[in-house]
Design a protein around this ligand. Structure first.
Ligand code: ADP
Ligand code: ZN
Ligand code: ZN
Length: 817
């Protein structure tokens, strides 16, 4: 009797045993995928993690359907790492497997259903079964019919799906269509009919009398030869030959050339690598050597370098060292939108050894990078990506860089696995005895604390590259300005003057406001009514451009009402302000300037972000208004003024990280100012100029912020002194939820000798018609987290065994961020 042990891509903690023939047993290896039946009629792509001869005691092992791979596509280190993630973050190994693999590797040729985009769904009109399917599609972009069978736990699901299609909520499709428009570049190659030597002679004789055309063909040969058969862009060709693109077109028509398009960030590098040209400054060289020395002793080093200190160049020098040893390098970024800038910079040094792993890449592209990494191919020796790049099949990893390590986007919130990519990458690196470098101008309290306790090394750079000065920060007291009537809209006289000066010098301006939309609220002046979302416990945000009120949680929208829904008064007013309103006011204040906006509303789609960044870099935009997105490590050379429109709404977030985050965001945004020779300026408008955090930003006082926050964290029992596990419970029935969460809280509290808080109604206690309760468990750093997790898991199992509680959705977030 022969068996395989497999993981299924489902939220199941267990592994499953299937029986195989002797021949299959000899053929199959750990890390291969096989198709297996599961339940009554389902087929899944399972991953083999073991082969053995132990008959399962509790059930009859079914036979597998099919072996899907000829060679393992998942490594043993990956499986070990996934297991660690499942244990540490308290989720099913199946969740990790599903989250880690490109979906193309989990699919079979089956019908997929997906939600029709841009349709508002009135959830109260859905039956329970319809709601379950709809809701599952909020978690993942598409479902197989077979998944639906699982969700509804019955075989005949076609009628329900048909209903949802009739209602215009679902569509069927063979494969998920990508909804973005990638940025395409036109390339050119010789028509295949001229591919032979004979063909070339023919070509040259045909062109004998067409000089311009000949010139361009010769330029083409020159380019393609010198670049070792690299693709030649049309733009490049016209530049080199000095001949117009009309001639190129004529040659395409003549079938001498043919043109083709490639997505820009997937183009192999066409220039020459110039790794020798990179000259580190004295401060960079010193930091570079300190990092190397530190990594001889420790596994992890934190590079704390002020904004624009040139951390990227130090990374590049370090990467060189690992490439020479033939090692793989993983470079994690907080935001995929930043990859284009970085890819260009890295390719200039490493040519074709740079691969990008995007969650927004389509399936085939992701599978391609996956197999390059698996084969330890040179083409993917350096992998750049956001957090999911961590799941690739590395075999020879030598170095991990986590840039902007403080960014909260490294923590996945939904769905499980709710892992922190920085922390999980440190564990991954340890399997390979690889080294990790964390980089930031504003390190997280946790990472900095780890340097103070000597767990991590620490290297600091306090000067900007090229001796550029740190920006000068000026505070504007809004209370005083309003009192003395020095405000125009949301702009103080100081801010307006500074913008005018910058523009007159041909310099660019960045204005930061951490809210999108026009204005957060529409309020009735007569009765105080504020329109709320029908499905969530939040007020609707006013978007002037579309004349709409919109929910930022579920997308629900209504036309802006002309009178109050409660008392019919027409006296409605807007409260607060977002990026859209700032943009509108700027148009009035500076009618001759070009004003751009960068927030979630303007950067949708794969390259939306890049397009806006490009036009700002090319100086087609004078003033850029934006949200947090502006704070993420962008490098503009002509920005001399950064304005923070209102510092206060960041400070007063009900979150223990609010001050730390405010410091980080303001410091990072401020860091976009004056990145070349001239000293930049930053203006912060606030009602609280004496607030400690604002003073710390003004004085560039990271140490002061760290010390103050650490003190609070100790007193109020937060990280790094305590680990936090947050349990979120959700259900549509308010009473059931209330009762269930109270039960869970009480049992946890009785069985754990550590602080358990809750059950709390969060600030927003209903989203998409589901009510929410949270419970927080605080585990002192010195206690063994494993035993506590075991107890918690046991209690959750009993919770699940209570019939009326089983329907309540429970999500665990370990190291909640
Ligand atoms: P950080 O990531 O620390 O904010 P960057 O790495 O983006 O800083 O560097 C800031 C700017 O200085 C960039 O425009 C970069 O090209 C330039 N720069 C940094 N180091 C060097 C160097 N050694 N040689 C040339 N330019 C450099
Ligand atoms: Zn009213
Ligand atoms: Zn809503």
């Amino acid at each position: 009797m022969y068996f395989v042990e497999v993981i299924l891509p489902l939220a199941l903690a267990k592994t499953f045993t299937y029986s195989v023939s002797e021949a299959e047993y000899d053929y199959i290896q750990k890390g291969m995928r096989i198709a297996v039946p599961f339940g009554k009629s389902k087929i899944y792509t399972a991953l083999v993690i073991d082969l053995h001869q132990n008959k399962p005691a509790l059930y009859e092992a079914k036979e597998i359907h099919q072996i899907l791979d000829e060679k393992p596509i998942v490594t043993e280190n990956q499986i070990r790492h996934w297991q660690w993630i499942a244990d540490y973050y308290m989720c099913a190994i199946g969740d990790v497997y599903r989250g880690a693999m490109p979906t193309a590797l989990l699919l079979e040729n089956e019908t997929l259903i997906t939600q029709k985009s841009g349709v508002f769904v009135d959830e109260s009109q859905l039956t329970d079964e319809e709601f379950l399917i709809y809701q599952a599609l909020q978690q993942q972009s598409s479902l197989r019919i077979q998944d639906v069978i699982g969700i509804l736990n019955k075989k005949s699901v076609f009628p329900v799906i048909q209903k949802l299609i009739d209602k215009g909520i679902l569509i069927l499709q063979e494969e998920i269509q990508e909804s973005y428009k990638p940025k395409l570049v036109r390339y050119i190659r010789l028509h295949p009919k001229y591919d032979s030597d004979q063909g070339l002679n023919n070509l040259l004789s045909t062109l004998k009398n067409a000089n311009k055309q000949k010139e361009i063909v010769l330029a083409y040969f020159q380019l393609s030869a010198s670049e070792k058969k690299q693709p030649v862009a049309v733009k490049q060709l016209t530049e080199v030959s000095g001949v117009s693109s009309g001639i190129v077109k004529a040659l395409i028509d003549k079938e001498v050339f043919e043109d083709y398009l490639i997505q820009e960030d997937r183009v192999s590098f066409t220039g020459e690598s110039d790794s020798n040209q990179l000259q580190l400054s004295e401060a960079q060289q010193k930091a570079f050597e300190e990092v190397k020395a530190s990594l001889l002793e420790k596994e992890v080093c934190l590079l704390h370098g002020v904004t624009s200190s040139g951390k990227t160049e130090i990374y590049i020098k370090l990467i060189e060292d690992y490439l020479v040893q033939g090692k793989q390098v993983l470079y994690l970024l907080p935001e995929i939108a930043l990859t284009t800038q970085l890819v260009t910079r890295l390719q200039a040094h490493f040519g074709n050894k740079v691969a990008v792993f995007h969650s927004k890449y389509n399936n085939n592209e992701r599978v391609e990078v996956w197999s390059q990494v698996l084969q330890n191919s040179e083409k993917a020796q350096i992998v750049i990506g956001a957090r999911s790049a961590l799941f690739l099949p590395f075999s020879n990893l030598g170095f991990v860089i986590v840039d902007e390590e403080h960014e909260q986007t490294f923590k996945q919130t939904d769905p499980a696995p709710r892992y922190h990519a920085r922390d999980a990458s440190i564990v991954l690196a340890s399997f390979f005895k690889a080294k990790v470098l964390l980089g930031s101008a504003t390190p997280s309290i946790e990472s900095y604390y780890n340097t103070v306790t000597a767990k991590y090394g620490l290297v600091q750079i306090s000067k900007r590259y090229g001796n550029v000065m740190m920006p000068e920060i000026e505070l504007v007291d809004l209370k005083d300005k309003y009192f003395r009537k020095r405000m125009t809209g949301h702009f103080s006289d100081v801010m307006i003057d500074a913008i005018a000066v910058a523009l007159s010098l041909g310099e660019q301006v960045i204005l930061f406001q951490n809210r999108r939309g026009y204005s957060p609220l529409l309020e009735c002046m007569t009765c105080g009514h504020v329109p709320q979302c029908r499905q969530c416990d939040v007020s609707l945000t006013y978007h002037k451009h579309k004349n709409q009120l919109r929910c930022h949680y579920c997308g629900y929208s209504i036309a802006k009402p002309t009178n109050c829904h409660s008392c019919s008064s027409i006296d409605l007013t807007t409260k607060g302000f977002g990026t859209e309103q700032i943009q509108q006011e700027l148009i009035q204040l500076f009618p001759d300037s070009k004003i751009g906006r960068m927030d979630q509303d303007t950067t949708r789609g794969k390259f939306g972000f890049e397009r806006i960044i490009d036009s700002f870099k090319n100086r087609e935009i004078d003033i850029m208004v934006g949200t947090q997105m502006l704070a993420k490590g962008l490098d503009f050379d002509n920005v001399s003024l950064v304005g923070i429109m209102n510092a206060d709404n960041m400070l007063y977030h009900p979150d223990f990280r609010a001050f730390e985050r405010s410091f980080q965001t303001m410091t990072q945004v401020a860091g976009r100012s004056g990145r070349s020779e001239k000293q930049g300026k930053v203006i912060i408008q606030t009602y609280n100029p004496n607030h400690n955090t604002i003073q710390q930003v003004t004085n560039n006082d990271y140490a002061g912020m760290y010390k103050e926050q650490l003190y609070d964290r100790r007193i109020y029992m937060y990280p790094p002194y305590f680990r936090i596990i947050k349990i979120t419970l959700k259900h549509r029935d308010f009473d059931k939820l209330k009762e269930g969460s109270m039960w869970l809280y009480q049992v946890l509290n009785q069985n754990l000798n550590i602080p358990v808080l809750g059950p709390e109604e969060p600030g927003i206690n209903r989203i998409r018609n589901e009510f929410i309760r949270t419970i927080m468990i605080k585990i002192p750093q010195n206690l063994s987290i494993n035993n506590i997790k075991k107890t918690i898991q046991k209690i959750l199992n009993s919770f699940d065994a209570v019939p009326q509680y089983r329907v309540i959705k429970v999500a665990l977030n370990v190291d909640f961020y």
